[in-house]
Design a protein around this ligand. Structure first.
Ligand SMILES: [Zn+2]
Length: 430
């Protein structure tokens, strides 16, 4: 199989970086990007998307029943490669999260179109409501396409801070909640053979390794629980420490144990890194003069290996019982979210590695801790992601950034990955 498509131009990032800047200008304030899904600024981002695609490609944008926006470049075969990401952002978000993958996708279409009819069909997608910033349900559009969204059950009751019901916000955008499941049928008709996504890392791992681009091994599984310690609320002055049943201290000991569990189960490489986080603590009754009688503490465990994730969960449960016992409390667990790890496709990982090496010299591998639309796609077809270094390693803030030299390498590697995948699908692969 040829390594590169002869008719295709050398991959460049120039137009992608131009598009990113233009879109940021049009959809941000001094506090950052404001492209919250289903709202006016998000629609403005989509207007920019439609204008750009019409101007540069002469192709229509089709919105499916879940609100995902699709651009199709027909090929000699209807078998297809799908790529994309999301234009929506959190309020006060950055200039790259999501939009990098969409703008790089536009460039992939431009590059293939300029070389004539591609051997297989190419679909670019802008997934609807990846962030879940307004209603709390992330990956809405991609889940609908993957057939894993139960819209009436999961979405019908959701209300935003201003009291606007999600079904009404959807209707404002021409989407009927009762028909969102039809997005799955739309997706099935695309004859998609592979899904590719370029995204910023959103964390500090590549920056710490001094690597501009990374190959993403998969999305980590998540086990999220609320852990409730029950003791007895008593007067702080009147009750000697040995006689207390301090629910907060039990939770505090538990939090420290979870940190140790996270460290103990982490391997030396990014691939084997796991995380454990206690992000919410609610202490009752919450007076300076009261010993806590009830403390709820959240636990979020993540790992790429399902077995490791299971062991972390067991170790945490054991630690919670020990912390409860030491503080003469009881403990009770309530599950909040359970997502299995989604390892990416080995063939696509090899293509990705090749492409990243070509432009960045080496191809470090890492899992994704955050979820992405690619996690939904990985459940139904071969999938892979490319990460561009985040520097500083933060996201969901206007401070989110990637140096242009690194962006350039990540975009060119992604374009090569698309090209390589197209050739593989054309040759009957997958
Ligand atoms: Zn994102």
């Amino acid at each position: 199989m040829p390594k590169a498509h002869k008719k295709l131009a050398v991959p460049t990032s120039k137009r992608v970086i131009r598009d990113l800047r233009e879109l940021a200008k049009r959809t941000s304030t001094e506090r950052g990007a404001q492209r919250v899904a289903w709202g006016p600024v998000w629609r403005e981002a989509r207007a920019w998307f439609t204008e750009t695609v019409t101007r540069d490609l002469g192709l229509p944008v089709v919105v499916d029943p879940a609100g995902n926006a699709w651009v199709t470049l027909p090929g000699e075969s209807k078998d297809s490669v799908v790529f994309g990401s999301h234009l929506d952002s959190v309020p006060g978000g950055g200039w790259l999260d999501g939009v990098l993958g969409v703008t790089a996708g536009i460039e992939a279409l431009r590059r293939h179109k300029a070389a004539g009819t591609p051997p297989v069909t190419l679909h670019l997608v802008d997934w609807a409501d990846e962030e879940g910033a307004r209603y709390g349900r992330s990956l809405t559009g991609s889940a609908a396409s993957a057939g894993t969204l139960d819209a009436p059950k999961e979405l019908a009751h959701l209300v935003d801070r201003n009291g606007v019901k999600l079904p009404d916000a959807l209707r404002e955008n021409g989407i009927e909640l009762s028909r969102m499941h039809e997005a799955h049928g739309y997706f099935n008709e695309l004859r998609a053979k592979a899904y590719l996504e370029l995204h910023i890392e959103q964390g500090p791992v590549l920056e710490a390794m001094k690597k501009p681009v990374g190959v993403v091994l998969g999305t980590m599984g998540v086990e999220r629980h609320m852990v409730r310690f029950k003791g007895q609320a008593v007067h702080a002055g009147a009750t000697p420490i040995p006689l207390r049943q301090d629910a907060f201290l039990a939770a505090a000991e538990f939090a420290l144990a979870c940190r140790d569990i996270g460290l103990a189960f982490s391997g030396r490489t990014p691939k084997t890194r796991v995380v454990a986080t206690c992000g919410v603590v609610k202490v009752e009754p919450g007076f300076v003069t009261a010993v806590s009688g009830l403390t709820d503490i959240s636990l979020d465990l993540r790992a790429l290996d399902a077995k490791v994730l299971g062991k972390m969960q067991q170790a945490s449960e054991k630690a919670s019982r020990a912390a409860a016992k030491r503080n003469r409390c009881t403990v009770e667990w309530t599950p909040l979210l359970s997502i299995e790890p989604r390892p990416f496709d080995p063939t696509l990982l090899a293509f990705c590695s090749e492409a990243v090496k070509e432009f960045a010299g080496s191809a470090p591998e890492l899992p994704s801790g955050p979820l992405h639309d690619a996690a939904e796609m990985a459940g139904i077809l071969p999938t892979v992601m490319v990460f561009a270094q985040s520097s500083p390693g933060i996201s969901h803030t206007r401070l989110e950034d990637t140096p242009i030299v690194h962006l350039d390498k990540s975009i060119r590697a992604f374009l090569r990955l698309v090209e390589r995948t197209v050739l593989h699908v054309a040759a009957g692969g997958f």
